[in-house]
Design a protein. Structure first.
Length: 350
């Protein structure tokens, strides 16, 4: 009887031990908290393009005594960058994030292995390279420069031709990327691609003729301002249409034609030269925005988007979004708002 009781008691103790062990880490954390800081977020998971820039700014503010402690205050200060003018600024051996207390201007490359925070502006020569970069002023990097993770400028951010801006880039005023630059996610009041210096497009002209979707072959009116066409559809050039249009095939918008409404197509959309869509463009397949065309946006594709030279997307007082799997923009394109590709974007010389 005693032997059975001992066996039973041992079995109960083992079960209690197995049930208790998983709660030991939580009990220890409750007694002496150690996990009090915010958890790191992978660059692949947050959707806010400037999330990491805002977090670095908060960390620097805390390090300088200008904000609340964040738990991520591992920094070291860079000496007087002006003293190194004319030579390479090479911080690739740094093991902590860097703070520059004044502007940096170097015609030679500026390179770092750690994120850099600049109180002021930063100008680096060709082949500059950073994992992450923040400047309270402007950022200007020469050709063949690289940003591996993210960059943000409170002013204007410029990258020269044949550069690479991976992950996310944002600016408080504007982003300007040179030809043959690769990027993924951009956000600023104005995004300028290539060599264009003006956001003003030539006027469409007064030669447009009022037209109605009801006159198109196969058009079916769904609501007073919405029509459906099954199959392909081609809108004639130099016309004005009011209302929205859904096409199950490929939609072709003729040159200098204006649509005051939204469009949606399944097989593809082509917005002709100097044509304008004053609404959203949504498509399952490829979207072509030809030279000097205009789209108020958003412009969304599940496939690819190609934006021709000098086209304009969005408005200064109405920023929008361009998103697709791949996006190619030609020299002179201007977008107000956000460009976000799930795979890759490129600035192509026209």
């Amino acid at each position: 009887m005693t032997e059975n009781y001992t066996t039973y008691a041992t079995f109960v103790l083992i079960c209690l031990l197995l049930l208790t062990l998983p709660f030991v880490p939580a009990f220890r954390e409750w007694l002496r908290p150690t996990d009090f800081a915010a958890l790191p977020i992978s660059a692949n998971y947050t959707t806010d393009i400037d999330h990491f820039a805002r977090r670095l700014h908060a960390d620097v503010s805390a390090r300088l005594g200008l904000g609340e402690p964040t738990g991520f205050e591992d920094f070291e200060f860079v000496g007087d960058p002006a003293a190194a003018a004319g030579t390479d600024l090479d911080w690739r051996k740094a093991d902590k994030r860097l703070i520059a207390r004044s502007s940096i201007a170097s015609p030679s490359p500026v390179r770092s292995a750690q994120p850099v925070y600049v109180q002021g502006s930063l100008r680096g020569g060709a082949e500059s390279a950073f994992p992450a970069l923040y400047a309270t002023g402007d950022i200007a990097l020469g050709e063949h420069s690289t940003v591996d993770d993210w960059a943000h400028a409170d002013g204007v951010l410029r990258m020269g031709p044949r550069s690479v801006a991976l992950r996310r880039v944002s600016a408080g005023s504007a982003i300007e990327l040179g030809n043959e630059t690769w990027f993924e996610r951009l956000h600023a009041p104005a995004l300028r691609f290539g060599t264009r210096v003006s956001d003003v497009l030539p006027p469409v002209g007064a030669e447009q003729t009022p037209a109605s979707y009801a006159d198109l072959p196969g058009a079916v009116q769904q609501t007073p301002l919405l029509y459906l066409i099954r199959g392909d559809c081609a809108l004639p050039p130099a016309s004005i249409y009011r209302g929205s249009l859904v096409v199950t095939g490929f939609l072709t918008i003729g040159a200098a034609t204006t649509i005051i409404g939204d469009i949606k197509a399944r097989e593809g959309v082509s917005i002709g030269h100097r044509a304008s869509v004053q609404g959203a463009v949504t498509c399952e397949k490829r979207v072509y925005v030809y030279k000097d065309a205009r789209a108020w946006g958003p412009v969304v594709s599940e496939s690819d988007i190609l934006i021709g030279a000098n086209a304009l997307v969005g408005l200064p007082d109405a920023p929008t979004t361009v998103t697709a799997r791949n996006i190619i923009v030609e020299d002179g394109v201007v977008v107000h708002g956000t460009v976000w590709a799930r795979e890759i974007d490129m600035v192509k010389q026209a």
